[in-house]
Design a protein. Structure first.
Length: 248
């Protein structure tokens, strides 16, 4: 067992050196939830229970028409997209969630964006498929002085990205879809690299609001969406963050 653990930690160290990444930990108040660890979890029996849906590894999705762009793909038992995870976090509307990313390569500049989707039924069984159910709750692109969400701001905050669950959001179960879109090869399509993570939560509180317009994944991003094909090295002006406006 010790040898296995050692081999696994060496393997994950090697993999993190090679680049890319994923959300490895979610913190709500004083509660920490370990993320789905693609280089460790599959080797345990029984597998650890996580609030983040399975991902195949630390690599990106570049085919924006694929269901994989939703939760970083992991088709299982014929289910398109990521299989539901067995548990969820409980978070209060109006509170913030801190998402801890694995070491992010400096070259992979781009925006960090977060969507939510309300589960019509048990979040541990629900899969949104291609339905338009997603609304944007937070986004960071490039600041006016040229700092990118990834990697400048993320590095400055010790690899922690923080956003707030909208305070007026109706209580219930939601899937949070958080992503970095890396733009280092986005001068053409396909090129932009999407690194999504899907986190299952139960939102508590007395809010009563829901948005009225929604997007789908796949669907929200195409080759002609502003900010998807983008030369991040020659464009020195403002960056158009892909997708709809943040719900307010
Ligand atoms: C992020 O998670 C890693 C792995 O659990 C941990 O070692 C690191 O301290 C965390 N970062 C912060 C700022 O909490
Ligand atoms: Cu990469």
């Amino acid at each position: 067992m010790f040898k296995l653990a050692l081999a696994l930690s060496l393997l994950s160290a090697l993999v993190s050196v090679r680049g890319h990444g994923y959300v490895q930990e979610v913190t709500s108040g004083s509660t920490k939830y370990t993320g789905y660890l693609p280089y460790q979890d599959p080797y345990y029996n029984p597998p650890p229970q996580r609030i983040i849906r399975k991902i195949p590894g630390n690599g990106p999705v570049t085919d924006l028409a694929s269901i994989d762009v939703q939760c970083n793909g992991w088709s299982e038992g014929g289910t398109p997209g990521s299989a539901p995870a067995p548990i969820y976090a409980t978070v209060a509307a109006g509170s913030s969630l801190a998402l801890n990313w694995t070491a992010w390569p400096d070259s992979h500049i781009g925006p960090m964006i977060t969507y939510m989707a309300r589960a019509p039924s048990d979040i541990t069984k629900w899969n949104p498929g291609t339905s338009a159910v997603w609304f944007k709750v937070h986004e960071l692109g490039k600041t006016s002085d040229g700092k990118w969400a990834a990697t400048d701001l993320l590095t400055a905050s010790k690899s922690i990205y923080t956003f707030t669950i909208p305070s007026k959001l109706k209580a219930g179960q939601y899937l949070i879809r958080h992503e970095i879109i890396a733009l280092h090869a986005a001068y053409t399509y396909p090129g932009a690299q999407v690194y999504p993570s899907c986190i299952q939560v139960q939102v508590t509180g007395s809010g009563t609001s829901l948005p009225t317009s929604f997007v789908s994944f796949p669907g929200a991003y195409t080759a002609s969406t502003p900010g998807i094909v983008y030369d991040a090295y020659t464009n020195t002006g403002a960056y158009p963050i892909p997708g709809p406006a943040v719900w307010s």
